[in-house]
Write a protein that binds this ligand. Sequence first.
Ligand code: ANZ
Ligand code: ZN
Length: 818
Amino acid sequence: MPVSMTQKYNPAKIESKWQAKWEADGLYYADVDKSKKKYYALTMLPYPSGDLHIGHWYAMTPSDARARFLRMKGFNVMFPMGFDAFGLPAENAAIQHNIHPRDWTYKNIRHMREQLRSMGAMFDWRREAVSSDIKYYKWTQWFFLQFFNNDLAYRKKSPVDWCPQCNTTLAREQVWGEDRHCERCGTPVIKKDLEQWFFRITKYAEELLKFDEIDWPDRVRLLQTNWIGRSQGASVVFHTEQGDAMEIFTTRPDTLWGATFMVLAPEHPLVKKITTPEQRVKVETYVKKAVRQTDIQREKVDKEKTGIFTGGYAINPVNQKKIPIWVADYVLMTYGTGAIMAVPAHDQRDFAFARKFGMEVRVVIQPPDLPELNGANMPESVPAYGVMINSGSMTGTPAEQAFDKTIEYLEEIGVGKRAVNYHLRDWLISRQRYWGAPIPVVYCRNCGFVPVPEDQLPVVLPDDVEWKPTGESPLKLHPTWRFTKCPKCGGEATRETDTMDTFMCSSWYHLRYLSPDYDEGPFDPKEYDYWMPVDTYTGGVEHATMHLIYTRFFHRACRDLGITKGNEPMLQFRCQGQILGPDGQRMSKSRGNVIDPDKQVRLYGADTVRAFLMFGYRWSEGGLWDPGSITGVQRWLSRVWNLILDESEQGKETDKIQRGLRRKLHQTLRAVTHDFEQFEFNTIISSLMELSNFMLDAKEQGVFNTPAWNEAAEVLLCMMAPIMPHITEELWERLGKQYSIHTQPWPEVDHKAAEELVFTLVVQVNGRVRDRMIVPADISKQEAKEKALASEGARKYLQGKKPRKVIYVPGRLVNIVK
Ligand code: ANZ
Ligand code: ZN
């Protein structure tokens, strides 16, 4: 008998009911339990922007499903959630809507917590961490002090974007357009040097290139490797005509004889010194303009080259040639030494520059497969792979040896040495902003920069600030907050008014989850020893460089300070793709193509939304939101509902159908188990759909409410439970099973039942074995004979003749009589 109307699947009713019960029961609490193997499943925490979007669901629900799966597999699984709550948008909201950043942030958090609850995820809310809570950022400040006291934090002058009209520093996202103007007033920004705080991440550059202890996607490893950007080469010292040493870094020391000019970055300290009086005005004007641009703009290879001659000359140390020194913006002060030797014959940027300004192009490497190169008429530079020519005593050195031999030679004559450079820069953590963790340092006229003693933490962010659209940090404008006593000498002192980059907060949130209320340290070591490292981390690939490098650095730095253990914080990382709007574009409010998950949940229920997101896409790839196919998933859930609750009378199961059902069931279980482990979520759902269809067929053939059927129903629900936690809990209860389905062990695969039933059919011709083949166990007499006759062995001996007789011995052989 089909399910009665009153029994219809109604997700709205059952979902909130179970969410409330799970929460009341603390079903998902994860506590240290040394008798069980732990599993720390972590998914990136959201920024409290106001609304959870479908992308959050796409990232989090499969992570939740996998965490649930591992829990059923017997692990003690922790799956925490929190908010990355400091940051600029709160401050912008404050200025625009006259609301305090704290109020804005916490209002959003309250709302998003509710939205997160509607997912039905197994978050252990007791472990929630919010980075803007005082009890959290106290420890962010504590970490800063550890870094400061161990020479991992330092202060240095560094350029910021500055609006001369608004008189303020601007964040990257407040500078607009190719001409780089201020978001607020349109004035072109300038660079201004400010004293700022840095973390010495470059100290760990080499270590961060090692990935052998972690299972991270190749893509992410490559992005990090490129971001760190290790370059091997040589540093060579040139001298100016006046005798000033000018060190350059090159990755191609073997091209040294081809250097026909030198280029200094506009910020290079030697520029002032070597510029001749005739060139001074021109050089100064050029420098002023150049430094306004970002390094990214300046580095573009195809950018029209600009530059200016300083009037000064240098001597090439290998051939004593006198070459002009220029200033050009394509050389960055932030890399190498901020000075280069230009080899136009073999480097394209130098080539473009040389052609534009009429400099010599001197070939010093001849690639073996090209006609003899001539600097005067080359249309472009030629990458330098070949035999060295025009290079003094090094002439004739083959390509493979050129690099090392030249370095040896440079060392011999004492003008250069092997050098490695990293593109990675130290991490600038100062923000001239209010809504962040104050940097716990005071400035004293007598003692300089003095760290706030640990027992005086936290340095609390004052609430009573005024929002003036000056762009200055309200901390600076606060009438009293800055003024304090020097912790060392007790004299008058002022607080640092910069706050920390929010990436600092998110570098250690996985540690705060361990014990969010702990106050004797950033985390409880007992929790640490049990839970760390994170077993699986999931999140967006857009965090491959900043966040995911910072957190690895943070962990290693803390390891060296004895705070953490091991080299890596996260053993496995997996990233999801992106859900685009139905129009194929990135979802954004301005395009009007945003899918609101709350609305989808109201329409279809959370289980359907979860299942659809996992079924409709390869998780690592993502794709377009397709409103059509979500209804298909919902219909499937209704079918399962009706199937499980069907009240028809017990059917009669034949041995054969029973075996077939068990085979299908255990094959599905084997595949689903594998797919959960491998993050292949879309195939899980399709396997489950197939199984439920198979069950429907089996039922029509009379297998219903029999042992095999009941096993299938139970295992189906268990396999569905991680993805669709509500409907499965409800059906589990209605089947009279013990609460909760989510604490059931993951079913064991019966490999024997899963085996395809086959046997080896022997083919005989006149009583002699001529062939063998694997056939299904239930092969019919007719089929067996046909297969045997078609076999290669049989055909070879029959040679096209009709056999006189064909005899089938079931389950064993076919004998063909000629
Ligand atoms: C001469 C030369 C000849 C170069 C040649 C390359 C090819 P990567 O790989 O990124 O490390 N360079 C060095 N410092 C620079 C700076 N501050 N700004 C801009 N360019 C800089 O690049 C190293 C190469 O980039 C160096 O090797 C130098 O040019 C240039 F056939 O020296 B090379
Ligand atoms: Zn002092």
